[in-house]
Design a protein around this ligand. Sequence first.
Ligand SMILES: [Fe+2]
Length: 218
Amino acid sequence: MFKLEPMNFNFSTVKGITEDQLMQHYKLYSGYVKKLNELWNFPVDARKYGEGNSTYSNMRSLKLGETYALDGITLHQLYFENICNSFKKPYGEILNLITRDFKSFENFKEYLTNVGLSMRGWAILVIDPIDNKLHIIGSDAHDVGALWNCYPLLVMDVYEHAYFIDFQTDRKKYIQIFIENINWKIVNERLEKYYLIKSTLNNLRCFGNNSICPIWYI
Ligand SMILES: [Fe+2]
């Protein structure tokens, strides 16, 4: 039986966002975990779902709920993790890449803020093996605008539920506080993992094994 437990986060280390706001947000995340636990214990017997139909069918409901819950869990875990604890000043390799790909840290903050104001769900800093550069992706919902092969480095939730208790309609102020709380150590660690995965796959290809994760062909 599949059973996932919600992760724990130290919300007392976040400055400028109240624990009440963060705990209400955490309840939503826990709800996605609960629903995924239900979804991933459903039987895989195809005939139990009746005939598939893209307007409405039992299978369609299951599949839409599955991606929504699963992406909701992943994105919220990354989001909570990258605003908790210390290391609030950018440094190291991620700062080098930001300067390289966004010209300056100030411009990066403005660009991230603009994406956050323009989307209804998420702004996500990723690195993609196609060009090995940073990109900020905008998404209107957990399961909309997902990219399958890029690696998430920094996740910002811009749903109203992420800030409305503390900031009401002032999303720009919330984004400013979010940026001040970014845990750059976590972001650097994610970048290191990306490099490790990439070099491991490249080494495997040295032995002629092109069947492993063929999309990562760079
Ligand atoms: Fe959220």
